[in-house]
Design a protein around this ligand. Structure first.
Ligand code: FES
Length: 148
C-alpha cells in the first residue's frame, strides 16, 4: 500500500512538472515563429524578393547583385525583363550563399562553398551540385525592376 501511494504521488508530481514545462516551452516557442525566412507562411503570395533602381544599379551587361536571397544578373542592354536573370542565391549543393558571377557563370566559391557553378538561367554548369537554382520572375516598371 505504501509503495502504491508513493508511485501514485510520483505520477501526480510528474504530471504537474510536465504541464508546467510544456507551458513554459509553448510561450517561448510562439515568439520566434512569426518571421520565417522568405515570408512564406501562406496568405499573400508573391512577396517581392528584391527591388532595384535601374537608373543607378546594374547598368552594364555582366553587372550583378546578390541581395535578398536573389542573384540578379544583367545579360543584355535595355531595361526589359528579358535582359535580366534572377535566381535564388542559395546553392543547391549544401546551402551556401553563392559568391558571385564571373566569366558568364554564377559561382559558389564562398568560405563554405565547394566550387559549383551555374549558368545564368540557373542550370548547373559544374558540380558537385546536380540541381538547378530556382529561377524567379523579373518585372520592370519605369526604372524599377522587381524580382518576385
Ligand atoms: S554549397 Fe555550393 S558547392 Fe557546396
Amino acid at each position: 500500500m505504501e509503495r502504491r501511494d508513493f508511485l501514485s504521488n510520483m505520477g501526480i508530481t510528474l504530471a504537474i512538472a510536465c504541464t508546467a514545462g510544456l507551458a513554459a516551452c509553448g510561450g517561448k516557442g510562439d515568439d520566434p515563429a512569426p518571421n520565417p525566412p522568405g515570408g512564406g507562411g501562406g496568405g499573400g503570395g508573391g512577396a517581392d524578393k528584391l527591388t532595384v533602381n535601374l537608373a543607378t544599379q546594374v547598368p552594364n551587361v555582366g553587372d550583378y547583385i546578390i541581395s535578398g536571397g536573389v542573384v540578379l544578373i544583367r545579360l543584355a542592354a535595355g531595361n526589359v525583363p528579358a535582359s535580366f536573370s534572377a535566381v535564388t542565391s542559395t546553392c543547391t549543393h549544401m546551402g551556401c550563399t553563392l559568391s558571385g558571377y564571373n566569366g558568364g557563370l554564377i559561382e559558389c566559391l564562398s568560405a563554405c562553398g565547394h566550387g559549383s557553378k551555374y549558368n545564368p538561367d540557373g542550370t548547373v554548369s559544374n558540380g558537385p551540385t546536380t540541381t538547378a537554382l530556382t529561377k524567379y520572375t523579373v518585372t520592370i516598371s519605369g526604372t524599377t525592376l522587381t524580382v518576385k
